[in-house]
Design a protein around this ligand. Structure first.
Ligand SMILES: NC(=O)c1ccc[n+]([C@@H]2O[C@H](COP(=O)([O-])OP(=O)(O)OC[C@H]3O[C@@H](n4cnc5c(N)ncnc54)[C@H](O)[C@@H]3O)[C@@H](O)[C@H]2O)c1
Length: 356
């Protein structure tokens, strides 16, 4: 059977998450190339996951021209997504693109239009849709056994990004809402097939008005009230002021039931350690005392099944599921753009692309 030949562009944090997924499906995938301007990271990544026979590149232009691959997996800082994507699509490759799809709606529109024109696929990496616990909640909700959904509350929060690019709006596209809020927003849009009606948002504003991260240009706290076309309301939140580890939380209230999911801290393993553990959960500052170390964290956060889905779709020449297509990444970015406008101007915004 033909394997999918993948060029990984970027060899650091998110490349590690994707590589774990690739390394679990060696019969379906071959890592044909890895590119990073820091070539030491390429070697470390390959050794960690046992990749051999790949070409190493320190420049993405050369990598895209030279590497014999079917798909380019973009694990680069946000401001490079558009440039790398357009080059890869023009070179006849499908792409996986990490969130957010781009730093501006215009760039994201260009990516989606280019892929459509060239008949290529954009696989938009929204891992929330593959986290087993969130998938279970979605399946129960969609089974109708809890009745009509009324209100959903979701958030991703932690104490601040490890990436130096997250400090600047030009490099990142905004603050915590575009970096973390992109997950609950994308997840909700996928649940509702992108049919949102109106929203009202507030943020900490960025810079000196931030709660904690005053050197960061983008906001470190953001929240939005949003109504969907079927009448469901949602509160979606992101912040960089949450200490103690990353929070991924989903609460769903229906006419005849409710669902609560705490992805990071609901694991079955409870540990008490006086000296502390090597690692417990993403972004936890300390590991002493009581903790809930994640069990197979990359799997439970959704990355492995996300990669499997994209590889299977690419091998079959198929579009991804709802929520994971380029156009879903674009709609997520459009909503985030409206969230920023609503917060900036203090206004309620209706979705001019929806009737009624
Ligand atoms: N889905 C998720 O949960 C998740 C988690 C983390 C990051 N991300 C996304 O993944 C993307 C990458 O983030 P990250 O955390 O991996 O960033 P990172 O800073 O850890 O890694 C980026 C890598 O790109 C390399 N690089 C930068 N410019 C380059 C260039 N011009 N040529 C070659 N290499 C270059 C850097 O050397 C670095 O190794 C971002 O879009 C981010 O939003 C997603």
């Amino acid at each position: 059977m033909k394997k999918l030949r993948v060029l990984l562009v970027g060899a650091a944090f998110s490349a590690d998450l994707h590589s774990d997924g690739y390394s679990r499906i060696p019969d379906l995938v071959e890592i044909a190339g890895i590119c990073d301007k820091d070539t030491g990271r390429i070697k470390e990544l390959a050794e960690r996951y046992g990749f051999t026979g790949y070409r190493a590149y320190d420049d993405f232009n050369t990598a895209i021209e030279d590497c014999d691959c079917d798909l380019v997996d973009i694990c680069m800082p946000n401001f490079l997504h558009h440039e790398v994507a357009i080059k890869a699509l023009n070179a006849g490759r499908d792409i996986i693109c990490e969130k957010p799809l781009a730093t501006t709606v215009e760039d994201a529109e260009d990516m989606v239009a280019t892929a459509e024109r060239l008949g290529k696929q954009i696989y938009y990496a929204e891992d929330w849709l593959f986290a087993p616990a969130f998938r279970k909640a979605k399946a129960i909700l969609e089974s109708g056994q809890l009745g009509r959904p009324l209100y959903i509350r979701a958030r991703e929060c932690h104490s601040g990004s490890h990436s130096p690019f997250a400090q600047s709006i030009r490099y990142c596209g905004g603050g915590c809402m575009v970096h973390l809020g992109v997950h609950p927003v994308g997840f909700m849009l996928a649940l509702k097939d992108n049919r949102w009606s109106e929203l009202t948002a507030m943020t900490s504003g960025g810079g000196e008005t931030n709660l904690v991260h005053q050197k960061m240009e983008g906001e470190d706290w953001a929240g939005v009230f949003i109504r969907f076309a079927d009448g469901t309301y949602a509160t979606l939140e992101a912040n960089y002021v949450t200490v103690g580890g990353m929070e991924d939380v989903l609460d769903i209230y229906c006419e005849q039931g409710c669902i609560h999911v705490d992805l990071s801290f609901s694991g079955p393993v409870k540990v008490f350690s006086i000296p502390g553990l090597d690692y417990t959960v993403e972004k936890a500052e300390i590991t002493t005392g009581w903790s809930t170390p994640a069990v197979d964290e990359k799997y439970s956060l959704g990355y492995c099944d996300e990669i499997l889905h994209f590889v299977e779709c690419a091998l079959a020449g198929k579009e991804a599921q709802v929520g994971l297509r380029g156009k879903d990444g674009l709609e997520t970015l459009r909503v985030i753009d409206r969230i920023y406008r609503s917060a900036r101007e203090g206004i309620r915004i209706r979705n001019d692309r929806m009737e009624g």
